[in-house]
Every structure is written in structure tokens, then in C-alpha cells.
Design a protein around this ligand. Structure first.
Ligand code: NAP
Length: 272
């Protein structure tokens, strides 16, 4: 039996078990996906233990993504190293490999909605972990990326890092009106919209030439996405990014093409 799982703290609200086990079942792979709460500071021990126990693959979430990227036990992919965060590890006979499928997940979510990233002007709101993966991916895919954040210093710092691989600049939230007005792609990578029905981007800044991706997936239909739809913009909800980070991990672990539709259905059933 194959064993996969998630390490992080907390992990109990994760939607990955349903999504991943549906994928395994669909392909007739005998396997399971378990949740492992691992507290801050215990991640090296957890990786060693998982390797010794013969676990096949793990997803990594808050607060461990950076620690795994920096771990000497893990051979990190080039993209994950540039981002400075690992969210998927694979245990092989030759050691532990680390990847960042959040970035690839966001790219596939946009591609699925036929969005051209190359040559586009993109605005990413937020400068935390989600923004980091998305901003690197957008710059790497040829977009001009403007990062706006409540704490301006963090936007500036992230933009400086991202600009080593592409076109990026940092901004305060006050610049959003001007930035969004000329943008092709807008991403909410803050947690705003999760706890309360609020949007970090005022509705009047949105327009019909935009594609709006919200990283928030609980709820699926955020205020930002409702406002964007009303303005005639294309919308991509956060479950698409979550789905594709999961299918990318599934493909790394199993070497098989993920049954995307079945995994999408399982995820949306859980969310709805
Ligand atoms: P994080 O590292 O804690 O970053 C949070 C970001 O939100 C920061 O930029 C913070 O700004 C900003 N923020 C928080 N409250 C705000 C407010 N009231 N007004 C304006 N900005 C505010 O979190 P994260 O890991 O990046 O996650 C962000 C969101 O993305 C979460 O909802 C998470 O569930 C979602 N996410 C989704 C996926 C997916 O696959 N769909 C993957 C990863 C994350 P400051 O710097 O000023 O504090």
C-alpha cells in the first residue's frame, strides 16, 4: 500500500485526503492520504521518520514550507529553491526531493481558463506565502508583475526577489486603482474574503478586460469574484489552484496522469 500525507500545523481542515484518495481510487492505486500534525521546529524529525517508515510522498503546509526548502536532507527543485518554499516532497531510493506545486497549480488554473500569462500585466495583492509562489510563477511565465501589500515593505522585498527572474515591482495598496486599471490579470493572494464578506480591491477598480484569480477557496464565491463577475471580468476561484497543486503532487508521486475531473469533483463536493 502506498502512503501519502500532509505535514503542517494545523492540518485537520485539509481537503487533500478526499481529493488525493479519489485520485488514487480512480486509477486503481492501493493507497491512502493521512494528516500528520507536526509542530514548528519538528519538521526535520518528521521528514527523517517518514523516510524511515517508507512513506511515499508528503505535502507540506504552514508553518514548514520554508524550513523544508532550507533542509539539507532535501534536494530542492530549481523553482522551489527560487521561491524559497517546498509544498511537496517525494521519498525515493536516492533521497528526498522537494518541489513547489503551488506555483505550477496557479499557472495551470489560469491556463485551464485560457488566460495568456506571457506578455500580460499582472497585479498580485498580498506578499505572504501564496503571493510568493504566484508572483514567481507569473514573472517566470513572462508577465510584468506588480505586487501590492498592506505592509508596503514586504511587497518591496518580495518584488526585489522576484525581479531577479523577471519584471516585478512593489506597491502600497493605495496604488491599486492605477495598477488594476491597466492590468490583464488580478490575483488576490491575501486572506481577505475568508473570514468576512469583504474584498481587498474596491469593486469600482475592476473592469471587463480582467481575469481575476482569488487564492481564497473558503468560501468558493468571494466578494471579489462576485464583484468581478458583475463587471464582466473572467473569474477563477481558489479551488482551481488548490486542485492543480494537488494534481501536480499526485503526478510527481505516482508517475501517472492525474484524473483531474474526478479530483476536482471530490474537492468541490467537500467545499460545497
Ligand atoms: P500569509 O503568508 O499569512 O499572508 C497573508 C497576506 O494577507 C499578507 O500579505 C497580509 O498582509 C495580507 N492581509 C491579511 N489581512 C489583511 C487585511 N485585512 N487587509 C489587507 N491585507 C491583509 O498567508 P498565505 O499563506 O499567503 O495565504 C493567503 C491566502 O491564500 C489564504 O486565504 C490561503 O488560504 C490562500 N491560499 C490558497 C491556496 C490555493 O491553493 N488556493 C494556496 C495557498 C494559500 P500584511 O503583510 O500586511 O500582513
Amino acid at each position: 500500500m502506498k502512503t501519502f500525507g500532509l505535514i503542517g500545523y494545523p492540518v485537520e481542515h485539509s481537503l487533500s485526503p478526499e481529493m488525493q484518495e479519489t485520485g488514487l481510487e480512480e486509477l486503481g492505486i492501493n493507497g491512502r492520504y493521512c494528516l500528520y500534525p507536526v509542530e514548528d521546529g519538528d519538521v526535520e524529525q518528521a521528514l527523517k521518520g517518514a523516510f524511515a517508515l517508507g512513506i511515499d510522498g508528503l505535502n507540506v503546509t504552514i508553518p514548514h514550507k520554508q524550513a523544508v526548502a532550507e533542509s539539507e536532507m532535501v534536494e530542492t527543485s530549481e523553482l522551489a529553491e527560487r521561491i524559497g518554499a517546498v509544498n511537496t516532497v517525494e521519498f525515493t531510493d536516492n533521497g528526498i526531493r522537494g518541489y513547489n506545486t503551488d506555483a505550477r497549480g496557479a499557472r495551470r488554473a489560469l491556463e485551464r481558463h485560457e488566460v495568456d500569462i506571457e506578455g500580460s500585466e499582472a497585479v498580485v495583492v498580498g506578499a505572504g506565502g501564496a503571493s510568493r509562489a504566484i508572483s514567481f510563477m507569473l514573472a517566470d511565465s513572462g508577465a510584468e508583475v506588480s505586487i501590492a501589500n498592506r505592509t508596503y515593505g514586504k511587497a518591496e522585498e518580495l518584488a526585489e526577489n522576484v525581479s531577479r527572474m523577471g519584471d516585478a515591482s512593489g506597491h502600497p495598496l493605495e496604488d491599486l486603482e492605477e495598477l488594476v486599471g491597466k492590468a490583464d490579470i488580478l490575483v488576490n493572494a491575501t486572506s481577505v474574503g475568508m473570514e468576512e464578506d469583504r474584498s481587498v480591491v474596491p469593486a469600482e477598480h475592476l473592469h471587463s478586460d480582467l481575469t481575476v484569480l482569488d487564492a481564497v477557496y473558503r468560501p468558493l464565491e468571494t466578494k471579489l469574484l462576485r464583484d468581478a463577475e458583475r463587471k464582466g471580468a473572467k473569474t477563477v476561484d481558489g479551488a482551481w489552484m488548490l486542485l492543480y497543486q494537488g494534481t501536480e503532487a499526485f503526478e510527481i508521486w505516482t508517475g501517472r496522469e492525474a484524473p483531474v475531473d474526478a479530483m476536482n469533483q471530490a474537492l468541490r463536493d467537500e467545499l460545497e
